[in-house]
Design a protein around this ligand. Structure first.
Ligand code: NAP
Length: 103
């Protein structure tokens, strides 16, 4: 049975793969992205950033307006902890080294 699916973060990784798979299997798929990208397959692309509540509400409202319901919500968007740790470490290193470099 055809489902209305909303997946966050379909620009890459798991989100992109799941969105493609579900749309290929005949489901109505909406996927969110932060930057403008070409729609993966038959996925309906919506702009949304997890840090922006207004954009989240806008994305959900768009699906509800067009489809009248959301059967499946896949909260995929996010950053892997290893990536976060790497960014944190790089920031710490930059803060320590930039003043030394400028001296
Ligand atoms: N890969 C793993 O081994 C692993 C393990 C455990 C959990 N996870 C979780 O599984 C999910 C997908 O992982 P992945 O490896 O497929 O990651 P990925 O390839 O980096 O994809 C992450 C997706 O989330 C989007 N995203 C990140 N921050 C966002 C934000 N603030 N607002 C809106 N979208 C945002 C990215 O959009 P942009 O292209 O705009 O950045 C991208 O589409 C993540 O939540 C991750 O934490 C992954």
């Amino acid at each position: 049975m055809k489902k209305v699916v909303l997946i966050s973060g379909v620009s890459s990784g798991f989100g992109k793969q799941i969105a493609n798979l579900l749309s290929e299997n005949g489901h109505i798929v909406y996927g969110t992205v932060r930057k403008d990208i070409l729609s993966p397959g038959n996925v309906n692309v919506l702009k949304m950033d997890l840090m922006d509540h207004v954009s989240i509400k806008r994305a959900v409202d768009t699906v509800l307006e067009k489809e009248g319901k959301i059967d499946v919500l896949i909260n995929n968007a996010g950053m892997h902890t290893v990536v976060l740790l790497r960014m944190l470490l790089l920031n710490i290193l930059n803060f320590r080294w930039i003043p030394t470099y400028l001296e």
